[in-house]
Design a protein around this ligand. Structure first.
Ligand code: ADP
Ligand code: MG
Ligand code: MG
Length: 914
């Protein structure tokens, strides 16, 4: 039998049993506590119950595993020894917090219970012992509140109302002003409420019962709806439970020499190297996070608690040196003494991510390679989030409503919704939404996700709204206390003006300004750190990054984004631009003899030539892969009678004949029909015209002194002979033009690899093909027998982990490495077996997706190609691949021989910058 597995890990007194264990075992919070204890930071002692125990708890039908309770009791004894206090003691009771913590941070998702261990007797003992009855009863009323709502699921509002009532009765405004007697009375009211709503059962007085109840509550919260929603929204599918941390309580609410706070080692909005955060004097941690009281700036801590402030600054330096990354910390000061309660890698805005990574390299904390791994594709995407474009000062001034705290930068415009449900409904109806709330709570996550921007009336930069929005890079303004929100009436009043549900608002998350109406938004100016870091990516990566672009404008945009060529230029959209072109291609299609077809094509030639010239100019010396006509011809035919009539005039064919011809073109399965290079096999005149347009444009550009590298790509190849026929014909046309013009233009002819059969016979195709470009959209479609256009009906269920869960991700977004990937590998291997320096790239949607790009790197491609906005993501992915590969090689020198075997193939591949 296997040995009994350890489920509980102790930490405290400068040591931690679980040090070095992964988050998957201890959870993020448990890991942070273990690490901070081990490096000698002041952490209250405690123990962590593993994530596995939670998973097992569910497997056993919500029951604790065998021997678990005994293990907890052992650790409790250790904790008593470490703290010199006894659990349930009547004079000096050991009080604990029971905290959740999964492997990934889920802000506010899982409930925490503080001050556990108190009861009617020990609260009096604590009051006497600390000579601070106000504090003791405040702790007790908080505990009863949290235990009732979190562990027992009673609703929160009634007790909050009782608290508000009590403040009114006492004639005070804030919680700290309540006296011991008020709080004592409140405890009695809370307990009575508990008893009434728990079917006559009194509030548990036995600390051990309280502890088991709390542990079960934390386990239970893993499956609570808001936690499940958060995981769904965040696409967290690989976690199977939460750890539980039981930790000695320290008190920030003993009086004015105590306090609590949340801080970041650097500014998470801008990335600036300044100590940043919120704190409250005489409060327990929840108060800051919940955004109920508006907190003080962290730097004000020095005014009230100078000794602790100094200590905290040292902790900041020590933690950054240790983790070499920006940390997010929670602390509490009890009677001038600092305690650290949590640390984790801090969430940050994209701009901050770039600044921190670049600054840390300059500070020699990390290397360029490490810096590159600190950026995510989402960071890059979010760098391009809009800002307010309005330059008309008068208009800006007149629509200015007021200001809140600028929690997450970026601008957003949308219609006001006052509840999460309304926001989700409006989003589903295709509206842009600004979610306006007094404060947000985990229940609001769905609505927050649906919104363009979030605006709250209370809370600081570490409130729930700010933390969640920052995680998503979503524009957010908090603490806008000028808002007077009335959810029932679906309206708010700001400075005497009423705003109703559906009214437009524009938020500037960078400044905190709120505007009425819908202002124009535009692209942001990128900070210098973006350029620096992307430059490092370019130094590190080995693959080229190209773009998919069909027009000079797209091409220019892509070059701006760092594209080093065009990997896919589709020619068909050029046929749609303007009526004349449409009529020309339509005349070509309805022609029933080669002569007429050629005549129609000759009308298209100058258009295409001009388009290609524009693109070559925009790409100035960079390679451009142009794909010959791809879609089935029926896509170009007139769709109505007026169209048919006009075509009839142009061609001289009767409308009936045209209609008949269109009918003829109908296919029951056009995606597998007469399209791609099959069109050029039957109508080689089309190929002649397109190749002529490409090469003539190239010759013209070259004459003007531009460098041009056209690559002619044959789509949808399925047989070697098919390719050979077209390759020969294309070469004949191209060579004749080059020769006539006495030009030195060089070109390549290759094929798209998008039919499974082509990958199987890639060695034969490579006899003539000078490059392959994997068209993984069609390759996925055809390998899986899965129609891209119809998959919407069932694919979501296939991908949803909670439904069928057949695939982890949509195979049209994330390359299916297990299946389709094999064909890609085979195609590369076979192709290079014939032509060792065969140039290979990818041009499907996958060319801009992190894991797919890494796959392309690992399998020896020369380049990836993606849409212009994803070019920087591809640059990052290629760089991250190299960093990870280097690390893996270092970590496993034993595998060297296996790697060496692969090396020669790589060496033969052409070098970068082709
Ligand atoms: P979350 O996951 O929402 O951050 P935490 O477990 O960190 O929840 O706890 C909520 C609040 O309670 C935090 O502000 C934290 O600092 C505070 N807290 C947790 N444990 C203790 C403790 N042992 N002593 C004092 N405060 C605590
Ligand atoms: Mg916390
Ligand atoms: Mg295709």
């Amino acid at each position: 039998m296997a040995t009994k597995s350890k489920r509980v890990y102790f930490f405290g007194n400068g040591k931690a049993e679980g040090r070095g264990l992964p988050k998957e075992v201890l959870g993020g919070k448990g890991q942070g506590l273990a690490e901070m204890s081990s490096i000698g930071l002041p952490v209250p002692a405690g123990f962590t119950i593993t994530v596995d125990t939670c998973a097992l708890y569910y497997e056993l039908g919500r029951k604790f595993p065998k021997d678990f309770e005994a293990e907890v009791k052992d650790n409790l004894k250790k904790l008593e020894k470490a703290t010199g206090k006894k659990f349930g003691d009547v004079k000096n009771p050991l009080l604990v917090s029971v905290r959740s913590g999964a492997a990934r941070s889920m802000p506010g998702m899982m409930e925490t219970i503080l001050n556990l261990g108190l009861n009617d007797v020990s609260v009096a003992g604590l009051a006497a012992n600390t000579k601070n009855p106000r504090f003791a009863y405040d702790a007790y009323r908080r505990f009863i509140q949290m235990y009732s709502t979190t562990a027992m699921g009673l609703s929160k509002e009634p007790m909050e109302e009782m608290l508000t009532e009590m403040k009114k009765k006492a004639g005070v405004k804030t919680d700290p002003e309540l006296s011991a007697d008020h709080l004592k009375q409140l405890c009695e009211e809370f307990k009575a409420y508990y008893k009434k709503n728990m079917g006559g059962k009194p509030f548990p007085q036995e600390p051990m019962d309280q502890l088991w109840g709390a542990v079960k509550a934390v386990f239970g919260s893993w499956m609570a709806e808001k936690a499940v929603t958060y995981r769904r929204v965040e696409k967290i599918t690989d976690l199977h439970g939460t750890a539980v941390n039981v930790q000695e309580m320290v008190f920030g609410n003993t009086g004015d020499n105590s306090g609590t706070g949340v801080c970041f080692t650097r500014d998470p909005s801008t990335g600036k190297n300044v100590f940043f955060g919120d704190c409250l004097i005489n409060a327990q941690g929840e108060d800051v996070v919940a955004g109920i009281r508006t907190p003080l700036k962290l730097s004000d801590l020095g005014k009230y608690l100078p000794a602790a402030w100094k200590q905290l600054q040292n902790v900041r330096t020590q933690l950054e040196k240790h983790y070499k990354d920006m940390q997010d910390m929670e602390f509490t000061v009890e009677n001038e003494k600092l305690f650290m309660l949590q640390c984790r890698t801090g969430k940050r805005t994209p701009a901050a991510a770039f600044k921190i990574a670049v600054d840390m390299v300059k500070e020699k904390l990390i290397t360029k390679e490490e810096a590159v791994t600190r950026i995510t594709p989402e960071d890059i995407e979010r760098m391009f989030y809009p800002v307010i474009a309005e330059t008309d000062k008068k208009k800006l001034e007149s629509s200015f409503v007021g200001e809140g705290i600028n929690a997450v930068p970026g601008a957003a415009a949308g219609q006001i919704m006052f509840t999460a449900e309304a926001a989700e409904a409006a989003y589903t109806a295709g509206k842009k939404v600004i979610l306006v709330r007094k404060e947000t709570s985990p229940e609001d996550v769905g609505g927050m996700h649906a919104a363009q921007g979030i605006l709250t009336a209370t809370g600081g930069k570490t409130s729930h709204a700010a933390v969640v929005a920052r995680g998503w890079g979503k524009c957010c303004i908090v603490g806008a206390d000028i808002l007077d929100i009335n959810v029932e009436k679906k309206q708010m009043v700001v400075k005497g003006k009423t705003y109703k549900e559906g009214d437009w608002l524009t938020l500037d998350g960078s400044s905190g300004a709120i505007y009425s109406g819908q202002l124009t938004l535009k692209d942001p100016v990128l900070p210098p750190e973006y350029k620096t870091l992307m430059g490092w990516c370019d130094e590190i990566r080995k693959l080229n990054v190209r773009t998919n672009a069909d027009s000079p404008a797209d091409a220019r945009k892509a070059v701006e984004m760092g594209a080093e060529g065009i990997g896919l230029c589709r020619t068909e959209h050029m046929f749609f631009e303007g009526r004349e072109r449409q009529l020309a291609i339509q005349s070509m299609i309805v022609a029933d003899n080669t002569d007429d077809r050629e005549k129609a094509l000759s009308k298209l030639l100058p258009y295409q030539r001009k388009d290609f010239e524009g693109i070559f100019d925009a790409m100035d010396g960079k390679p451009v892969t142009i794909r010959l006509i791809d879609p089935p011809l029926h896509e170009f035919t007139p769709k109505d009678d007026a169209g048919v009539k006009e075509l009839s005039k142009v061609t001289g064919l009767s409308p009936d004949r045209i209609a008949a011809r269109i009918d003829q073109l109908h296919e029951s399965n056009p995606m597998l029909g007469h399209r791609g290079c099959r069109l050029c096999i039957t109508y080689p005149e089309i190929l002649d015209m397109q190749v002529r347009a490409i090469i003539e444009a190239a010759v013209l550009c070259a004459k003007r002194g531009k460098k041009v590298f056209p690559e002619i790509m044959i789509p949808l190849t399925m047989a070697s002979k098919e390719f050979f026929i077209l390759e020969k014909r294309a070469r004949a046309v191209a060579d004749a033009i080059v020769k006539d013009a006495k030009s030195k233009v060089k070109y390549l002819i290759g094929t798209m690899m998008e039919i499974p059969r082509a990958t199987l016979i890639a060695d034969k195709i490579a006899e003539k093909a000078e490059f392959f470009s994997f068209g993984t959209n069609d390759l996925t479609q055809m390998t899986m027998g899965l129609s891209r256009d119809d998959a919407g009906r069932f694919l979501p269920e296939y991908v949803d982990e909670k439904k069928a869960g057949v695939f982890k991700a949509d195979p049209f977004q994330v390359l299916d490495q297990e299946g389709v990937g094999q064909l890609v590998k085979l195609g590369i291997e076979k192709g290079r077996s014939t032509r060792p320096n065969l140039k290979i790239g990818i041009c499907g949607e996958h060319g801009g997706e992190l894991s797919s790009v890494k796959f392309c790197c690992a399998n020896g491609m020369n380049y990836v190609s993606c849409s212009p906005y994803r070019v920087p993501i591809a640059r990052l992915a290629c760089a991250q691949f190299e960093v990870e590969a280097k690390k893996a090689k270092k970590a496993a020198p034993a595998k060297k021989t296996a790697m060496m075997k692969k090396a020669p193939a790589k060496k033969k591949a052409p070098a970068k910058r082709k």
